[in-house]
Design a protein around this ligand. Structure first.
Ligand code: SF4
Length: 324
């Protein structure tokens, strides 16, 4: 038994769902028709890697209302996972706090009228949490299982500027602090592989993630999508990128996990999209489940586990140098 009470060597989201809901909970992505300030007005066309359509499930139609999307999602996943214990409404597409409060309230709360919805996950940007929205989220948090998922992506301002994220690392920390001061559960989304970053930097950055201390985290390897500014950059300046092989990514993840606070629940280790969206293919299409198995095998081989290096909330004095 590990510090989080589970048998697996990392603090898995599946364990969290079993503990809190008695079994598997499926997320149902929703496109509530919101936009993104970064695409519309701020920087040149949004984040250089942005390809939201790559993450849109086949059953999801933007023009359907939230209730219809959720019912369609339930029908889709009922067949795949008949033993589901319920669903989370996952407001995933674009920036889901970017609308007048009355519109947000209507769209978000309509999901709670759908049967077997056990909670809501709202994905947004760190710079899109004004006070009236935070007050509303505090209220919402009192009567449903709520998570606010923020795109952190990188802990380096040079990188955030380079990829046109349109916010800073300081803004990220401020937003998490505002949410935590209201006891609103948080999730962080991070990308490994952004231009001009190295695995040694990512390993050092785990200390910043421990300080940020989200309840949940999703890790994604950088994927380069067709028809994006990043595809052009990759073509013109491949030297700026540090793609890892699948085996090296497994080694990296294990090194990272050993330094990660055991309290942070891990939702994903990698992203998976239909190959037709990718400009650069990866890992011979190794699926997420297979990657997780390799991570668990490696942790077992090392006899290590998440947080075994006691990295919780303090900066390690041990040098972190990646060998890949
Ligand atoms: S914040 Fe998200 S939706 Fe907006 S430009 Fe960046 S990746 Fe695209």
């Amino acid at each position: 038994m590990f510090p989080w009470g589970g048998e697996r060597r990392f603090n898995a989201y599946s364990h969290y769902c079993r503990t809190h809901f008695g079994g598997r909970i499926q997320k149902l992505p929703v496109d509530a028709g919101f936009s993104c300030p970064n695409r519309v007005s701020r920087t040149q066309g949004g984040c250089t890697y942005c390809a939201n359509n790559a993450f849109t499930p086949s059953y999801l139609t933007e023009n359907d209302d939230v209730t219809t999307q959720l019912e369609n999602g339930k029908r889709f996943f009922e067949k795949r996972y008949p033993s589901n214990n319920g669903y989370f409404a996952y407001f995933q597409a674009y920036t889901n706090t970017l609308a007048p409060l009355s519109v947000l309230r209507d769209k978000i709360e309509s999901s709670l009228h759908v049967s077997n919805i056990k909670g809501i996950i709202i994905s947004t940007r760190p710079d899109c949490l004004p006070d009236d929205v935070l007050d509303y989220l505090s209220e919402l948090n009192t009567h449903t299982h709520l998570t606010i998922e923020l795109g952190v992506e990188s802990f380096h301002n040079e990188t955030l500027t380079h990829i046109h994220r349109g916010h800073t690392v300081e803004c990220t920390f401020e937003s998490f602090e505002k949410l935590h001061s209201r006891n609103i559960p948080t999730g962080a989304h991070l990308i490994f592989g952004l231009p001009n970053e190295t695995p040694t930097q990512w390993l050092s950055d785990v200390q910043l993630l421990n300080l940020l201390h989200p309840q949940f985290v999703k890790f994604h390897q950088l994927q380069i999508f067709k028809n994006t500014a990043m595809q052009s950059e990759y073509h013109d300046h491949p030297e700026r990128f540090h793609p890892l092989s699948a085996d090296d990514y497994v080694q990296f993840l294990c090194d990272y996990l050993e330094r990660l606070s055991p309290e942070i629940v891990i939702e994903r280790f990698s992203a998976e999209v239909p190959p037709r969206y990718l400009a650069v293919s990866q890992w011979n299409l190794l699926r997420h489940d297979a990657l997780v198995r390799k991570v668990e095998e490696e942790l077992l081989k090392r006899e290590s586990w998440q947080g075994c290096r006691d990295a919780i909330n303090r900066v390690s004095t041990e040098p972190t140098t990646a060998n890949y």
